[in-house]
Design a protein around this ligand. Structure first.
Ligand code: PMP
Length: 422
């Protein structure tokens, strides 16, 4: 490893401690970004197929300009009147059906989910939370408790119960059939004497292996949990803002409206901005118990970033691009699958793709070690991708939304080489 990288790693360990993780056996030192590309300290370009936070492209000039202009003018908070906050709330709620008419701002997806749980618990009088069995929803204590990917089983509180991740690759149940499992979760809460407050789901199930949920799954779950008095929370931190191509929000895969929608990561293109969007009457009920203030959440600079991101999505037709390039990637990956046995499944939607790697196509045994080799191999050829899923055998491809057909060709060529060499 280059001596300067070793020195930086040692310094980092000393300063940040041991809880942090770096990607790759030999980490990358990225110093600049533009569009779908990142550049290391020696100027080498890397195709970014991992980062969804720079949603409209790294350092998009329209976002940079909006941020720069506002930060040079004023930055306060939501306790003073400011047009940016109102304009952004209006534009954002305009992306939802009429009933989802109220936006509450924060800085991270964790906070947006934490607020969603507080609203759900206040409005239902319940405490029980139902979540998929390999989910990540954030890092605060209340959200860590429902982040079943992270929390050791022995630490999971009684009020948290799970439904199995719908394994659409290995099980050919319909969406409605998969959804039935939520009845068991409700029964388990009931047997513990716990009233349910909410069902929460990442609507592209990214930690569970990037699963565009089968038709009817989300809607049926919403029907069942609402019958029990609980609310449906759609976590759009991953699929939101047009990434899935066909829809602006992941939950729109089914024809229904969630009670609460949370969002974060891509909203500010890297500037910390998150939101909890819900119905006015739920917020009114909540505010009868507690006021809400978040010092940094939804400040005028953050809202300038949020507005600029929406401008670019619309002006550059990035949702349409996600659909188009996503389909193009599907075709390219399907062709690679005819030549590489390790590709078991290609799934996801738009510019959120998963390639599940298997030892063979008979047993469908997860090829977790191969996935590590492939991620490293891609990185050595300067393509950045991620891994996900219960067995960490699924490649996660989630580039900035400006990712083009030309970028897809570049990736497919390198992926072909890496698969052949692994
Ligand atoms: N929800 C989902 C589905 C996520 O993937 C994440 C972050 N990976 C979060 C919530 C938490 O967001 P943040 O890191 O901004 O707190």
């Amino acid at each position: 490893m280059a001596p300067d990288l070793t020195a930086m790693m040692e310094r980092r360990k000393k300063l940040l401690g041991s809880a942090y993780r770096l990607f790759y056996s030999e980490p990358v030192h990225i110093v600049r970004g533009e569009g779908a590309w990142l550049y290391d300290d020696s100027g080498q370009p890397y195709l970014d197929m991992y980062n969804n936070v720079p949603h409209v492209g790294h350092c998009h000039p329209h976002v940079v300009e909006a941020l720069t202009r506002q930060i040079a003018t004023l930055n306060t908070h939501t306790r003073y009147l400011h047009e940016n906050v109102l304009d952004y709330a209006e534009r954002l709620t305009g992306k939802f059906p009429d009933e989802l008419d109220t936006a509450m701002f924060s800085c991270t997806g964790s906070e947006a989910n934490e607020l969603a749980l507080r609203i759900a618990r206040t409005c239902t009088g319940g405490t029980g939370i139902i979540v998929t069995d390999y989910a990540y929803h954030g890092n605060t204590k209340a959200i860590y408790e429902i982040s079943t990917e992270d929390i050791p089983e022995a630490e999971v509180p009684d009020f948290v119960v799970t439904v199995p991740t719908p394994d659409v690759y290995r099980d050919d149940k319909t969406g409605e059939q998969f959804a039935e499992s939520v009845r068991d979760a409700l029964a388990l809460l009931d047997s513990r004497g716990i009233k349910p407050a909410a069902f929460i789901i990442d609507t592209i199930i990214s930690s569970g292996g990037v699963i565009a949920t089968p038709p009817g799954y989300l809607k049926k779950i919403a029907d069942i949990v609402r019958e029990s008095g609980a609310l449906f929370v759609a976590d759009e931190v991953q699929p939101g803002f047009g990434r899935t191509g066909r829809n602006f929000w992941g939950y729109e895969i089914d024809d229904f409206v969630p009670d609460i929608v949370t969002m974060g990561k891509p909203m500010g293109n890297g500037h910390p901005l998150a939101a909890t969007v819900t119905r006015r009457e739920l917020v009114d009920e909540f505010s009868g118990h507690a006021h809400y203030f978040n010092t940094f959440g939804g400040n005028p600079v953050s809202c300038a970033a949020g507005l600029a991101v929406l401008d670019v999505i619309e002006q550059e037709e990035l949702q349409k691009n996600a659909l188009d390039v996503g389909l193009y990637l599907n075709a390219g990956l399907a062709e690679l699958a005819t030549r590489h046995e390790a590709i078991g499944d290609v799934r996801g939607d738009g510019l959120f793709k998963a390639v599940e790697l298997v030892v063979d196509r008979e047993t469908l045994k997860p090829a977790s070690e191969l996935a590590v080799k492939i991620i490293e191999g891609l990185k050595n050829r300067r393509v950045l991708a991620g891994r996900t899923g219960v067995h960490d055998n699924t490649l996660k491809l989630r580039p900035p939304m400006v990712f083009s057909r030309e970028n897809a060709d570049h990736f497919l060529e390198i992926f072909d080489e890496v698969l052949a060499a692994s």
